[in-house]
Design a protein around this ligand. Structure first.
Ligand code: FE
Ligand code: FE
Ligand code: ZN
Length: 276
């Protein structure tokens, strides 16, 4: 089954999200587990989750890729920021168990002057505190554009984090096409080479989801500015090669392009057409 969807609003709860993505023509989706700028999450309503899971079975929706808030920085220097990362991460993983076996994606974070090594160690430390035996969620580290002091612009950095985590079998990677391009990986002219590099550094079996975005920037710009699929630096032919590549085709593709709902519906249809 080909899975394509987009980032949607979490308002109204789980069943509302299921209906929202179905109306857009998608069969997978991402949402913020709480306000992206931080704060507490709403209580989960068991009846809503039950109705959502029934709806998903009817509609063949079997994969959700929850997104941690942007403010969650596991390698922050400030203690209160790191404290929020720990609390929110831990609470989100507990909540994810209402929808067993799904994905929770987070940005490894920015080390803000502490250096890459300290950043990597701190991210792993947070993971070692929040992962628990018996959890059914897979936690995905997102590939980053390498903007500022972001950790995760190189595949080897993700691997270095994973190597330090005891329950590393609970970890995977989400590849963001805008981010890897901005980080200098040429997915337009050498997709196979990039995937080989990923396989060497991390292992393709760890690749669990794709954020399918175009980008406003040139290769290696280290900027992270998403663009609509038909408009950015990645030609549609490159997008087509990505969604049909044998190593990627089975993964959920999530659009995070600057669109309203009508725009997302159109891009979901476009990707289905590209996939064939
Ligand atoms: Fe992200
Ligand atoms: Fe992303
Ligand atoms: Zn981004």
């Amino acid at each position: 089954m080909f899975r394509i969807g987009c980032h949607i609003s979490a308002s109204g709860g789980y069943l509302a999200m299921g209906k929202r993505i179905d109306a857009l023509g998608g069969n997978t989706f991402a949402f913020f587990t709480r306000n992206p700028r931080g704060g507490a999450a709403k209580d989960i309503d068991q009846a809503d989750v039950d109705a959502f899971r029934t709806f998903c079975r009817e509609k063949d929706i079997d994969r959700i890729v929850a997104h941690a808030p942007y403010t969650l920085n596991p390698c922050a220097e400030k203690e209160n920021v790191r404290e929020f990362a720990l609390t929110a991460f831990s609470d989100d993983l507990r909540r994810m168990e209402y929808t067993p076996g799904q994905y929770y994606n987070f940005h490894p974070g920015s080390h803000v002057g502490q250096g890459l090594e300290v950043g990597i160690a701190k991210i792993a430390e947070v993971l070692n505190q929040v992962l628990f035996p018996g959890m059914t969620t897979t936690v995905l580290l997102e590939t980053m554009a390498g903007k500022g002091s972001e950790v995760g612009g190189r595949f080897e950095e993700l691997r270095a984090v994973m190597d330090r985590v005891t329950l590393s079998d609970k970890l995977g990677v989400c590849l963001d096409t805008c981010h890897v391009w901005d980080a200098g990986y040429d997915i337009v002219n050498d997709l196979d080479g990039v995937l080989t590099a990923f396989d060497k550094a991390v292992g393709l079996d760890r690749l669990k989801a794709v954020h399918l975005n175009n980008t406003k920037n040139d290769l290696g710009a280290a900027k992270d500015r998403h663009e609509k699929l038909p408009d950015g630096k990645l030609p549609l032919e490159a997008i087509r090669r990505i969604v049909t590549h044998p190593a990627l085709e089975k993964l959920p593709f999530i659009l995070e392009t600057p669109n309203d709902e009508a725009g997302y519906a159109a891009e979901i249809a476009l990707v289905r057409q590209l996939h064939g």
